[in-house]
Design a protein around this ligand. Sequence first.
Ligand code: ADP
Length: 318
Amino acid sequence: MRKIAVLTSGGDSPGMNSCIRAVVRYAISQGLEIFGIKRGYQGLIEDDMELMSIRSVGNIIQQGGTILKTARCKEFKQDEVIDKAVQILRNRGIEGLVVIGGDGTFRGAERLIERGILCACIPATIDNNLFYTDYTLGFDTATNTVVDLINKVRDTSLSHDRVFIAETMGAGCGDLALKAGLAAGADMVIVPEVSCNVDDIVKKLLYAKSQNKKFSMIVLSEKVFDTNELKKVLTEKSGIECRTIVFGHIQRGGSPSAFDRNLGINFGVRAVQELMNGNCGVVGYKDGQYIYDTIEFALSVKQNFNYEEYKLIETLSI
Ligand code: ADP
C-alpha cells in the first residue's frame, strides 16, 4: 500500500483534529502518501481532497472541530454514487481510507469495503452511542463541557431557589446525561434507557422540598421528553417553579480534553497500522485495551448503559 486518505463525516466532535494529526503523521512516518478528503463523503464524491504533509496538521491538536470539515451526504446511500467514489479513489491510486465518524459513517464505509476499498473506521461522536467501545472520540470533552455548564446553571438557580431542567445531547444514548449528571451532582437524570414518568419526578421534587431542599437539577437526555412541555407539567403539578436550559451545540465545541486527544492519537495510529496490514474494521477501546473488530460487530452491539451508576444518582441525591 502506498496511498491512503482520511476523512471526517457526520457530526463533528472534539478530538477529531488530534486524530487527523496522528493519522497523517504516522502514515507519513511509514512512507505512505496521505490525502485529506474535505467534507466527508460529500467531498469524496466531488474529488475534493489534498495531499497532506507533516506541516498541514501543525497546531491543530488543541482545536475542536475538524480541519477537514464534515458534512452529511444523503446521496452516498445510492449505489451509483458509491461506485463513483470508488472510481475517484482508484483513479488517484488510493487503496485505503481512514474514516472518522459515527454509526452512519461506518455504514458508508461498509459500502466502500464491499467494493474493494480498505477502510479503517474510528468512532467519533459526543453521544457515545457506539456500544462496542467504552469511549467514542469527543465524549469525554463533551461530558466535561456539560459539567461546566451545569456548574454555572447551579450558581444562578441556587440563588433563586429554582428547579432546572438541563437538556443534553445524546441521540438515543443516555451516557452524556448520566456521566455529566453524576459528576455535576444532579438530583435526577432522565435517559432513554430507563423509563420514567412525570408523576415520579413530581414526587421526587415534592420530597426534596419537604426536606428543605429548594434547588434541584434535572438532567434530561434530548428527545426523551419535550423539554418545555416537561417544564410546564412539572411546574403545574408540583407548584415549584421550573426553568429549562438546552445546551445544544455548545456541547460539540471546545478544545479536546487530554483524554480525547490521547484517544484520538491511539485510534489514529492503530487505524493506519491495520490498513497497512490489509485489515478493514473499526478501532475501539474496551476494558482498558485498544481493540480492532469488524464494522458488522461494532454495529451489532446495542447496549452498554451503566445501570449501576444510574442508580447512584438517586442514592446520592437529596
Ligand atoms: P454519524 O456518522 O455521525 O452517525 P450520519 O448518520 O449523518 O452521522 O452519517 C454520516 C454520513 O454517512 C451520511 O451523511 C451519509 O453520507 C453516510 N451514511 C449514513 N448511513 C449510510 C448508509 N446506510 N449507507 C451509505 N452511507 C451512509
